[in-house]
Design a protein around this ligand. Structure first.
Ligand SMILES: Cc1cc2nc3c(=O)[nH]c(=O)nc-3n(C[C@H](O)[C@H](O)[C@H](O)COP(=O)(O)O)c2cc1C
Length: 387
């Protein structure tokens, strides 16, 4: 039987909140999800427009990772935002989301050492230091469109190249604002370039960009400062995944690295901080949330119930749901009414085309036999599931 509304019981999820320069209508955010449905030239497609439009009832959409420059690209069919054509296409996405009443931040993602010369016109990937990723850290097991061969040893960036990469983040933020985004989120998790600077196994530098925990944070902070300088502090957000070893990054003392980083981000009054706890054996939220004096978005493994608890008593202001938004375009309504939810199809996470992307139905059009209880947990995130 269809329930009318659970909204009262789950009221914290449906409270509006002011974030940066915008007002969100609820706390249920769509986590960034790389889905490989753009053009080979990094231009977002009409499918991207439709996918995000369908999910505009989220309090906030954070887009899939967007590369800010050619050297930041790590996959096929992922979008960029460094050309006029890409900017124009993103403006169609933001317009569609706004027209449907939603808000949208673009996630800026530079893969650094995780790219491949085949994607970089023959160039070696850039990294803080020339440390080759563990060849087994990649996605041989999922249908992820990228060269299926071992990672290459990247080239250590010169000081000048570090400054140039920071400029690329800033230029991308400018384009994002012109394209109508409500803000940008710097992707400093998942072992990509910013996390390669944060992590001691990938950052062996002894200049101002590496060495101590403080210096390993300098790249992220310089990117944030550069993006703020060309936009505003309430336009810029950051995602971190403290302690996660995905893509062969390792930090033997994440608490000290991230305590410094989070305090420094707090001082910058950014729009929000997204903290993803990817199953760490220490209290990520409890340790870091008190150090950040602004809105915090928690992410990874949340259900409607655990989200309510995190909002009520765990220090979260927003909750990002990843896989639940893949298969439930109307997730907010399902959580509001306590309706059962649809199971995502792992096989189409990284394929191309509409299947598994824009063809998940709203609740009313679902076959009830396919549905899961509303509080079902997502698949635990791992190299099998994430990009
Ligand atoms: C298909 C897929 C693609 C992802 N792509 C990104 C990405 O581009 N940027 C990012 O920060 N996280 C990415 N993630 C991680 C999600 O943002 C989120 O942290 C993760 O799915 C955990 O949330 P969940 O348990 O609600 O799914 C991806 C995850 C999945 C499943």
């Amino acid at each position: 039987m269809m329930k009318v509304s659970d909204e009262g019981q789950f009221a914290p999820l449906f409270d509006p909140i002011a974030l940066g320069g915008v007002m969100l209508s609820n706390r249920i955010c769509m986590a960034p999800l790389t889905r490989h449905r753009s053009g080979l030239d990094g231009v977002p497609s009409d499918l991207n427009v439709e996918h995000y439009r369908q999910r505009a009832s989220a309090g906030l959409i954070v887009t899939e990772g967007i590369y800010p420059a050619p050297m930041g690209r790590g996959y096929l069919f992922t979008p960029g935002l460094h050309t006029d054509a890409q900017e124009l296409a993103w403006s169609k996405v933001t317009a569609a989301v706004h027209e449907a009443g939603g808000k949208i931040f673009g996630q800026i993602m530079h893969v650094g050492r995780l790219s491949d010369p085949l994607l970089l016109d023959g160039e070696l990937p850039l990294a803080p230091s020339a440390v080759r990723p563990d060849p087994t850290a990649r996605h041989y097991t999922v249908n992820c469109p990228r060269p299926k061969r071992p990672y290459t040893t990247p080239r250590a960036m010169t000081h000048r190249e570090v400054l140039a990469a920071i400029d690329e983040f800033a230029n991308c933020a400018v384009r994002a604002r012109r394209a109508g985004f409500d803000g940008v989120e710097l992707h400093a998790a998942s072992g990509y370039l910013p996390m390669q600077f944060l992590s001691p196994n990938t950052n062996r530098r002894d200049d101002e960009w590496g060495g101590t925990a403080e210096k390993r944070c300098n790249f992220v902070l310089a990117c944030v400062d550069a993006m703020i300088a060309v936009t505003s502090s309430d336009f810029v957000a950051v995602k971190i995944g403290p302690g996660w070893t995905f893509h062969d990054v390792f930090d033997d003392d994440p608490l000290s690295t991230y305590s410094h980083l989070v305090r420094a981000l707090s001082a910058r009054s950014i729009a929000y901080l997204q903290i993803a706890d990817y199953g760490m054996d220490w209290d990520v939220y409890g340790s870091l949330r008190p150090l950040f004096d602004g809105p915090a978005m928690y992410c990874a493994g949340f259900t409607r119930s655990s989200a309510k608890t995190a909002l009520q008593s765990g220090g979260a202001d927003l909750i990002a749901f990843g896989q639940a938004f893949i298969s439930n375009p109307d997730l907010v309504d399902r959580y509001r009414h306590g309706w059962r939810i649809s199971r995502p199809d792992l096989a189409t996470y990284y394929t191309q085309g509409a299947e598994g992307y824009t063809d998940y139905p709203n609740f009313a059009d679902c076959d009830p036999r396919d549905l899961l209880p509303v509080d079902s947990a997502p698949i635990p995130i791992s190299a099998e599931t994430t990009g």
